[in-house]
Design a protein. Structure first.
Length: 74
């Protein structure tokens, strides 16, 4: 999680969702809900925010999978 916390800017935006690390940098300015929705997830565990917004809808989950870096090491 320390490495995720270091990637908390528009230039390098990593987030954790359900135990996996995602590089959302390229998605920030493309997100239909606005860049702020993604910026708020940079460098943190964004699981709750993602689930609250998308409630298991398939398309956002598929889109998220495109940015997978790998599982969060503990």
């Amino acid at each position: 999680m320390d490495k995720v916390k270091l990637n908390n800017t528009d230039r390098s935006c990593w987030s954790v969702v359900d135990g996996n690390v995602y590089d959302l940098t390229r998605w920030i300015n493309s997100h239909p809900g606005g860049a702020g929705a993604i910026r708020s997830m940079c460098g943190v565990d964004g699981t709750r925010a993602f689930i609250n917004q998308h409630e298991g809808r398939r398309e956002p989950i598929q889109r998220l999978s495109m940015y997978l870096l790998g599982p969060l090491s503990k």
